[in-house]
Every structure is written in C-alpha cells, then in structure tokens.
Design a protein around this ligand. Structure first.
Ligand code: TYD
Length: 139
C-alpha cells in the first residue's frame, strides 16, 4: 500500500459530563503505536509553515487540542492531500515516509504531536528532492 493511503483521521471518545470534556489517548489502542515522544507546537505565526520534512521511521498522530491548523501531505509521486485539524477529539495518523507541512495556524493553536520514535535528526529528510529520490529508490 502507498504510505499516503495509510493516513487516516482518528476520532477519540469524549468522556464528557457536566464538568467538561476529557479525552484519553492510550498507546496501541487510541493511538496506533506505542508512544515514545510527545511535543506540541503553539504560538506559531499564521503565515508560518512548519514541518516541511519527511521521516524515515517516525509515525505521528497530530491533534489540535486547541485552535485549528491544516496539514498538507505529499507522497513524492505527485499525490497530495490536505486535512483540517479543528477539534480536540480528532487527530490525524501520519505514517513514515510522507512529506508533511503544517500551516494556517489559528492564534490559539496548540498542535499536539505524538510519535512512535525518539527524536533522531538523522531520520528526518528536510529536502524535498532528497525525499523524492528516496521514494523512487525504495521501489
Ligand atoms: P522542527 O523539526 O523544525 O519542528 P517542525 O516540525 O514543527 O517544523 O524542530 C524545531 C527544533 O526543535 C529543531 O531545533 C529540532 C528540535 N526538536 C527536538 O529537539 N526534538 C523533537 O522531537 C522535535 C520535533 C524537534
């Protein structure tokens, strides 16, 4: 299967009552991997484009726990898809070896990112042409 076809939106149960909402994310259950790393992106300029890289090993789930943003995915073979993250109880699962760009951040955007891998700059591909070549080479 092409990796771009593994992308899917995840909908998490909201355990709400009169006190408000609560969302639980458990590895291998709500999140399709064991979580090794959590980071979050906030205070992003509305014009900023983040990401702009592919990962050889890291998979991600991205959730706008506050505010909104968009994610553009490119597969290096001419296909692309755009997803809107606009609810604290939905996320997007992103597999390894797709190009991703996060943009259109609302002022209050807090983008929570979960990954199956520890941070390793060596597994980041930060040049789009290099990414395209690796995609061709992996076939
Ligand atoms: P960067 O990959 O540019 O963030 P984004 O994907 O949002 O564009 O990372 C910004 C800085 O943070 C960079 O110096 C690397 C560092 N960083 C870590 O040390 N650990 C991490 O897990 C991540 C995602 C980034």
């Amino acid at each position: 299967m092409h990796n771009i076809n593994k992308i899917r939106m995840l909908e998490f149960p909201q355990l709400g009552d009169e006190r408000g909402h609560l969302v639980v994310l458990e590895g291998q259950k709500d999140i399709p991997f064991d979580v090794k790393r959590v980071f979050y992106i906030y205070g992003s300029d509305h014009k900023a484009i983040r990401g702009q890289h592919a990962n050889r090993k890291s998979e991600f789930v991205l959730i706008n726990v506050a505010g909104t943003s968009k994610v553009k995915i490119r597969d290096g073979e001419g296909n692309e898809a755009i997803f809107c993250l606009n609810r604290p109880h939905t996320g997007i699962y992103i597999p390894e070896m797709v190009w991703k760009e996060m943009y259109d951040f609302s002022e209050d955007s807090v983008l929570l990112c979960l990954s199956n891998e520890y941070y390793d700059p060596q597994e980041y591909i930060r040049n789009y042409q290099d990414f395209e070549q690796e995609i061709v080479g992996n076939k």
